[in-house]
Design a protein around this ligand. Structure first.
Ligand SMILES: Nc1ncnc2c1ncn2[C@@H]1O[C@H](COP(=O)(O)OP(=O)(O)O)[C@@H](O)[C@H]1O
Ligand SMILES: [Mg+2]
Length: 361
């Protein structure tokens, strides 16, 4: 099993300061052997800093990094055994593809007769065997990134650290590379941290996602858990799209909370937050969970269709409620079914199981 081959990684109470800026704060994260964890968050939230701390290029202000239970903080980057791939490839421009891949092996003083077969093996792995003699400038972005990956994997690193590795690639190529890297990572069973600000990339590639904001981890969970059960409003809004409706907390009973929203409707939410009656809250619900009804009903919010966007298999409606809140509703679209029209009065139904309630920040 791949998961038995990978090395375990532990980050313990890690914080880092750049002068006055607390770039990373109190990070605790355990990564299992062979696991791929994505660090997901907006630009400037501390992802790259954390990755550089793991690799040893930045010495953290406090906390420990452990590989397989052993602290590595005293080791320089070259002795930690972490392989890194950055967004901008960083291949040596004057070296051929083969020389680039051989570089790390020479630096590690591999025996000369072992280097050529290893280079060939790695280039075959990333489907670049035909390009051994080319210089980086004679390759496309995706091809260069493959070579960077081969160069990184050649030395058999303990952990693979990827910092926005597909950021410079166009959309189709990015998807190919994501599939490719996921395949290699599985085949190799290599423990991997993937830094990205792209939620789809994190959702599609990661075993678990750590969502970061302002230097902290807000939630670490599986992709489906992050999407279905976000723990904070930030995670809810950063991953996927969400409608946010302001309201007033009424009560919680038998696992169901009642929230009065501005429109006068009483929304039911399958949660029991510890809040006082009357507390201001935000209810969040994803567009694909909402439905439009012609008739009013319990827990429905009245509104008017403002925009109709048929997006192939789905149709997205923008609905303005009486108090002026704009809601997005995404419904499956059956062929030949008439769409609703702008100006039409509708009632937006929000199922209790699909709503999350958060205290208003
Ligand atoms: N070398 C540095 N010197 C000073 N501040 C830095 C340095 N590197 C990063 N920062 C700051 O630390 C914070 C986190 O940066 P970074 O880890 O690069 O974020 P991300 O990779 O999530 O975009 C930002 O506020 C950034 O400006
Ligand atoms: Mg970064």
């Amino acid at each position: 099993m791949a998961s038995n081959r990978g090395h375990r990684l532990r980050l313990e109470d890690i914080s880092h300061r750049f002068g006055d800026v607390l770039a990373v704060r109190d990070i605790n994260l355990d990564i299992a052997g062979g696991e791929l964890v994505a660090l997901l968050g907006p630009s400037g939230c501390g992802k790259s800093t954390l990755l550089r701390i793991v690799s040893g290029f930045i010495r953290q202000s406090s906390g420990r990094v452990l590989f397989d239970g052993e602290p590595v903080d005293h080791l320089p980057p070259s002795r930690r055994g972490a392989g890194i791939v950055f967004q901008n490839y960083a291949l040596f421009p004057h070296m051929t593809v083969a020389e680039n891949v051989a570089y790390g092996l020479k630096a590690q003083k591999w025996a000369r007769r072992r280097i050529a077969p290893r280079v060939a093996e790695m280039l075959a792995l990333v489907h670049m065997s035909e390009f051994t003699g080319r210089k980086p400038r004679q390759l496309s972005g995706g091809q260069q990134q493959r070579v960077a990956l081969a160069r990184c994997l050649a030395t058999d690193p303990k952990v693979l650290l990827l910092d926005e590795p597909f950021g410079a690639l166009d959309k189709n190529l990015r998807l190919d590379m994501q599939i490719e890297v996921k395949r290699l990572q599985r085949e190799y069973g290599i423990t991997t941290i993937l830094v990205t600000h792209d939620q789809e990339e994190a959702l599609s590639m990661a075993d678990r996602i750590a969502v970061m904001a302002r230097g902290s981890i807000e939630q670490v969970s599986s992709p489906t858990e992050i999407y279905d059960r976000p723990k904070t409003l930030f995670v809810n809004q950063f991953v996927g799209s969400a409608n946010v409706i302001a309201g007033e907390f009424m009560r919680a009973q038998d696992g169901v909370a009642a929230v009065r929203v501005g429109e006068g409707a009483l929304l039911k939410v399958e949660e029991t937050p510890q809040l006082a009656a009357g507390a201001p809250v935000l209810v969040s619900v994803r567009p694909e969970q909402l439905r439009l009804n012609a008739a009013p009903g319990e827990g429905c919010i009245a509104g008017v269709v403002k925009a109709v966007m048929p997006l192939g298999p789905h149709v997205v409606y923008e609905v303005e409620t009486q108090s002026g809140t704009s809601l997005k509703v995404s419904e499956p679209r059956a062929p030949a079914t008439p769409l609703r029209r702008p100006g039409e009065s509708v009632h937006v139904a929000a199922p209790a199981a699909a709503c999350r309630v958060f205290p208003k920040p």
